[in-house]
Design a protein around this ligand. Structure first.
Ligand code: NIG
Ligand code: FE
Length: 420
């Protein structure tokens, strides 16, 4: 078998071997190979192991070879929750928040999500693509090789399609893999009554987005002042019937039984979960619905309530991480930073943070058979750190140890330079 890209002598090759999400104690087992070698051909991993096993492979004479002596290698990070394509800027509102106005109060005053809706409706598609492309570059600098991206800042058919078209084009233009989500239930539009909107969403928008094949997931926000349980259920039901997989922004500021609802509908994930109840944890632990934890929001909104991460992990919930990159509640799209927040602020162990940002995050966006661990047949998506122990990445959190980002067997970041 042939190899056209080889990374040799990794001090620690963190493989997370296997292609299923991890629960409980298994989240701590990173399956590390010492002095590890990994090779790919045509962007797919063909070999993983030690030097003596390499003799059965033929290395192309033009193969790219990286000597990773003294370095840590791990799967490219997966950002399982972003609101990538949005227009406008909310720095004014950010300042107000720091001066004491609560986030949900800003929403009530017509700022918050609604202000980004106005700006996203106005921005031309070409401009939306341009600014989002720069954001993707930032994601790469934070170690991500796959991300999820949501619409939800249009709340009319035209703008939702524009956002999803932007994601589609970016998927072609940019080396990152982007998994699209139609977040039709993000908020109630500023110019349409709730009942009228739900009627259109269910009978018109969901079928149209499906027909155009623009999104893999449907997502909604179950929250006081946004959508209640009954309304959310109607949306999830319609989306499921139209063939979408489901996600849900759940139990963020209020507990409306979001986690339970997500599990009941067989959603791929429930996200936020700051106020998940014991029954919610129980429901997730018995289901295949992943809990996507978003430490960027806790940090950025200076929240005082944390999600019960330890309990979720101990009860065997599939826990994943995401940035929730958006202009209002987490203006952060660097997954390395998010992993550090998870460890320092939200009670993850280092190993659990790595698992949650790789194989479990891949599962949370339905990509666990393709990315998220280093296994023959999966994509050669790899990040390489200039240190010989993964502990150091966290022990010295302000230091940027990231040296290479490799996407499907191509180096896309070398040092600080993007080279795709
Ligand atoms: O995931 N929770 C709801 N929606 C976004 C925030 C969006 C915004 O403030 O613009 C979130 O945090
Ligand atoms: Fe979100």
């Amino acid at each position: 078998m042939k190899i056209d890209f080889l990374v040799k002598n990794c001090s620690q090759l963190i493989t997370l071997f296997g292609d299923s999400p991890r629960r409980g104690e298994d989240m701590k087992d990173l399956k590390i190979i010492k002095d590890g070698f990994i090779g790919s051909y045509g962007g797919k991993i063909v070999f993983i192991g030690n030097e003596d096993m390499l003799k059965d492979y033929e290395i192309d004479e033009n193969a790219k070879i990286i000597d990773a002596t003294g370095k840590v290698c791990m799967p490219g990070l997966v950002d399982s929750h972003t609101h990538l394509p949005f227009g406008g800027d909310r720095s004014e509102e950010f300042k107000m928040k720091l001066d004491g106005v609560p986030y949900m109060e800003l929403q009530k005053r017509g700022m918050g999500i609604k202000s980004t809706v106005r700006a996203t409706r106005e921005i031309p598609l070409s401009e939306l693509i341009k600014i989002s492309q720069k954001r993707l570059d930032e994601s790469v600098k934070g170690g991500a090789t796959t991300i999820e991206a949501k619409s939800g800042y249009g709340l009319d058919l035209e703008t939702e399609i524009k956002q999803l078209e932007a994601i589609k084009t970016l998927n072609e233009l940019h080396p990152l893999d982007i998994i699209p989500t139609y977040l039709g239930g993000h908020d109630v539009p500023p110019d349409t009554g709730k009942e009228e909107y739900l009627e259109k969403l269910i009978n018109e928008f969901i079928p149209e987005i499906k027909k155009r094949n623009l999104a893999k997931f449907f997502d909604a926000f179950i929250e006081d002042g946004v959508y209640n349980r009954e309304e959310t259920e109607k949306m999830l039901k319609a989306a499921k019937e139209n063939g979408f997989e489901l996600k849900l922004h759940a139990d963020e500021f209020t507990n409306l039984g979001g986690a339970e609802l997500a599990a009941e509908y067989g959603a791929r994930s429930a996200e936020h979960l700051v106020r998940i109840s014991k029954t919610g944890i129980e429901a997730l632990s018995k289901s295949g619905t992943a809990a996507v934890i978003l430490p960027g929001v806790y940090f950025f909104l200076r929240e005082d309530k944390k999600p019960p991460v330890r309990e979720m992990i101990e009860r065997g919930v599939i826990v994943a991480l995401g940035s929730d990159y958006n202009p209002g509640s987490s203006h952060i799209n660097n997954m390395l930073f998010i992993m550090k927040l998870a460890v320092f602020l939200e009670g993850f162990s280092i190993e659990e943070a790595i698992t949650s940002a790789t194989i479990n995050a891949a599962y949370a966006i339905g990509m666990d058979k393709e990315v998220g661990s280093l296994v023959p047949g999966k994509k050669m998506d790899l990040i390489i750190f200039d240190t010989d122990s993964y502990i150091n990445i966290f022990y010295e959190p302000s230091k940027n140890y990231l040296k290479y980002v490799i996407k499907e067997g191509e180096i896309i970041l070398d040092g600080c330079e993007l080279i795709y």
